[in-house]
Design a protein around this ligand. Sequence first.
Ligand SMILES: Cc1cc2nc3c(=O)[nH]c(=O)nc-3n(C[C@H](O)[C@H](O)[C@H](O)COP(=O)(O)OP(=O)(O)OC[C@H]3O[C@@H](n4cnc5c(N)ncnc54)[C@H](O)[C@@H]3O)c2cc1C
Length: 453
Amino acid sequence: MPRDRKRVDVLILGAGAAGLAAARVLSHAALRVTVIEARPRVGGRILTLHDPRSPVPLELGAEFIHGASADTLPLAQAAGLAVIELPGSHELASAGRFKPMEDFWDLVDRMNHDLARRLASRGKDFPVSAYLDSARVPAARRGLLRDFVQGFYAAHPDRLSAKSLAVETEGGGDEADEVAGKQFRIANGGDALMKWLRDGLDPDRTEVRLSTVAVSVQWKRGGVSVVCRGSSDRAPLLTLSARTALITLPLAVLKAGDVRFDPAVPGKQRALAGIETGQVFKIVLRFREAFWERAEFLKERREQTGSNGRGLNFLHAHGAEVPTWWTSLPVRSPVLTGYVGGVAAEQLLAEDPPSRLERSLVALSDVLAVPRRELEELLDASASHDWRADLFARGAYSYIGVGGNGAPRALGRPVDGTLFFAGEATDGAQIGTVSGALASGRRAAREVLRALE
Ligand SMILES: Cc1cc2nc3c(=O)[nH]c(=O)nc-3n(C[C@H](O)[C@H](O)[C@H](O)COP(=O)(O)OP(=O)(O)OC[C@H]3O[C@@H](n4cnc5c(N)ncnc54)[C@H](O)[C@@H]3O)c2cc1C
């Protein structure tokens, strides 16, 4: 088997947000770094489609920067990218009528506070479904909460830790932070941020090897060898070696055992078991025109007079197979995105792609009260990526399982000053997000620097 004779300081497995953020810190600290990435591109679960026929970039993976995060927004601004704030208006669609959901966030807030109260009285973690089954809120609102939990956290409510949500509310919401609670999007596309991170690596000390799949990691204190193959099965194996390795592989890839560790890494199996992989179905539809912008369209559907100059941003419809839809507002374009997570997403992902599109159109037809045939006539193109079937992701993003609140930290803990771990699943506070991935990459890079001092 060919062996790359060069022994670097750090091998980073994975060139997603976590791997690139780590590489940036290490490369600036004058370490020799090789990044091993299975795909022919960087960015991992940030996947932007630049279709010349679409006026906006199409995000098939991560899209929103959640405002409370201290990680992505300043980085995007440092990169000189155009960051736009979403109006963030949410409307409830039911029987062809749209109603503002102003009190929806109060409902979510109440759930999170109730969870904290119940935890205090029970003394131990429990599944969020136990709350949803018994909460003293009207059935329709309970349905919305269930949709929210499945969509936002991509979670099975009966596996999602109540403690993980309750903790988030108590610790995470910084009222003083004026961007908390707001959502942003990178107008250039999320991939521009990943490209900026990659372009900022010192070319003399850092190499990014694309289309290189890590197969196994042999390690002992002070030394690591990673066996890799090319992306085609016939490509020869190659061994790369380093003083340390920083693993940023997705949770589900680690759980599947796609990369063998020899010897097995102590303490990680339990950590992996405490975190769940969430599934999402996201579909982007490009129409010939933004028919939802027409004044009469909104006038017929909105109950509040005077609100028709306001564009449509988020729509939620409990009971629809794809219950959440959004426009590209504040940019007005003929693009709509459908989103569903958790159990319902798994059901849709079990269908073949044409059937997923068909079901999405049926759902949208219900939500907008526009005949399905009319939608089909107006539709120009659709795009979606199956993250569950993608072998270098095996899922969308992570959430904390019942009793698993210590698991992200345990997963991220270094081993013998030689193996280091990052990735969204290792950041308990911002799990499942780009910000969590970036923060974890920087945290792990600092740990490597301390170990190699
Ligand atoms: C549909 C969808 C919507 C989302 N929406 C949002 C959102 O709006 N806002 C938000 O903040 N987050 C969102 N997320 C989550 C966000 O995308 C992730 O949390 C984040 O991008 C994860 O970064 P990471 O570096 O931890 O992992 P990844 O980006 O997955 O990086 C890991 C890298 O490892 C590589 N790899 C895998 N196996 C191997 C191997 N054997 N050898 C070498 N390399 C390998 C992968 O190709 C990948 O590039 C969304 C995700 C999805 C799927």
